[in-house]
Ligand binder design. Structure first.
Ligand code: FEO
Length: 171
């Protein structure tokens, strides 16, 4: 595998694990604030981010590339209202999209068609991640000011259940 493509993919494992850490910190915030549905949503999101890391790990191992794990940064955001984590999530997902795009560009420059094909799942996933983050912001802006509506919204997010991605379910 091209050295730059390899290094970016290996780094992305760390970035995805950090995303999981970040979303766990969001879940902690909502749990303390009493919004257990939002806490559930972000706990599951953290699981999904770990899955993303494992999917990349599997791809590298399948290609006989060694995994080099680095230290995971500490999530250091503090929040003073319910909207702030949601806005931080959208900002973070846009950043992750830019990282995936950078890996894709490197794969393209290296004529690495296999990695381009592998990354197509992540490109689609990032659209979903950004769309979900954006919807959550809209919902909070629309309904967050009304206690009953916020209660219903929290119940909706409490209903989210984890399901393993196909790429890992095949293991
Ligand atoms: Fe793994 Fe939320 O992107």
């Amino acid at each position: 595998m091209d050295k730059k493509v390899y290094e970016l993919l290996n780094d992305q494992i760390n970035k995805e694990l950090y995303s999981g850490y970040l979303y766990l910190s969001f879940a902690d915030y909502y749990e303390i604030e009493g919004l257990k549905g939002f806490a559930n949503w972000y706990t599951i999101q953290a699981q999904e981010e770990r899955d993303h890391a494992l999917i990349i790990r599997k791809y590298l191992l399948d290609n006989d590339c060694p995994i080099v794990l680095g230290a995971i940064d500490k999530p250091d955001k503090t929040f003073t209202d319910f909207l702030q984590p949601l806005e931080a999530a959208l900002e973070h997902e846009r950043y992750v999209t830019s990282l995936i795009n950078d890996i894709y560009a490197a794969a393209e420059a290296a004529n690495d068609y296999r990695t381009k094909s592998f990354l197509s799942w992540f490109i689609d996933e990032q659209l979903e991640e950004e769309s979900n983050a954006s919807d959550m912001i809209s919902n909070m802006k629309l309904f967050g000011g009304d206690a009953k509506a916020l209660y219903d919204l929290d119940k909706e997010y409490a209903a989210r259940v984890y399901s393993a991605p196909t790429a890992l379910a095949e293991e």
